[in-house]
Design a protein around this ligand. Structure first.
Ligand code: TMP
Ligand code: ASP
Length: 253
């Protein structure tokens, strides 16, 4: 059998050619990286969890009318997605100060922000994904005025949806990152949520304890990352059993 064609390999995922034109298969790896891949590890079961969680969030977004690239989950680690043209920007929405905004502006981690703040980062690993303004985005042609309006509208809807969903299971959505792609339908283009939405790309804090349930557990060596993601999946009813265990071979006596 011919091997399927690899389109792109990133730090946490691989994209393969899909079964039909205009589709890709997105494979979730167990690789975890932080600080632009300065820190690396394999976290057994992470890919399985992120595949399921991203499916869950994207399906919910589709259900409320927010367009995404997601078509369907294929198996434990793969999902079928629509091929989109990724806009080279990371769109970050923040509800509570943490991470780089705390550092950059000297705001104590955990300070609620006066309103959700949307930021754009230029996707370029060599430059360490620098923060950019709308001026840069327009001047360098990474997106148009219309795109920016649509991206902000999408980001706000994702924030409201995710915040509500997570609040219902006792989790605070502190911040998150999305990527947005252009989906072409003949001459008609619309923007859709692409890439993934998972605890790799969000900050999630337990409302009662303040415990971190996201990739900061790995970035800051706070414990077992797969356990944290499993907790999120369990609370959302996405995965009743321990995914890390499910991927390990089981000894049958
Ligand atoms: P930051 O505080 O480091 O700027 O991160 C903001 C949010 O974006 C946080 O939820 C983590 C997410 N993020 C990514 O998904 N990928 C990245 O490369 C970075 C730097 C952050
Ligand atoms: N995703 C980025 C990296 O691999 C940064 C991060 O999430 O901290 O290195």
């Amino acid at each position: 059998m011919a091997r399927r064609k690899k389109i792109y390999e990133g730090k946490a995922k691989v994209l393969y050619e899909g079964p039909e034109p205009g589709t890709f298969v997105q494979y979730f790896k167990d690789d975890a990286t932080a600080f632009n891949a300065e820190k690396k590890a394999i976290i057994e079961g992470k890919g399985v969890l992120n595949n399921r969680l991203s499916e869950f969030f994207m399906t919910g977004l589709t259900a409320i009318g927010v367009p995404t690239h997601f078509i369907k989950r294929l198996n434990m680690r793969e999902q079928l997605i629509r091929q989109v043209e990724i806009i080279p920007l990371e769109v970050v929405v923040r509800n509570v100060a943490a991470g780089s905004i705390s550092k950059r502006l000297g705001i104590a981690e955990g300070t609620p922000l006066p309103r959700p703040i949307i930021e754009f980062y230029y996707k370029d690993d060599d430059l360490g994904d620098p923060i950019v303004s709308e001026e840069h985005i327009l001047a360098f042609g990474w997106a148009t005025h219309q795109d920016l309006d649509d991206m902000v509208a999408l980001a706000v809807r994702v924030n409201d949806f995710m915040s509500g969903l997570l609040l219902g299971v006792g989790i605070k959505l502190v911040d998150f990152k999305i990527e947005i792609g252009r989906l072409w339908d003949n001459d008609f283009m619309r923007l859709v949520v692409a890439d993934e939405i998972s605890p790799d790309s969000c900050r999630l804090w337990d409302i009662k304890t303040g415990n971190k349930l996201d990739k900061d557990v790995f970035r800051q060596d706070l414990g077992d990352l797969a356990d944290a993601y499993t907790e999120v999946a369990k609370r959302l009813g996405v995965m009743p059993t321990n995914a890390a265990q499910m991927t390990k071979p089981t000894l049958i006596n």
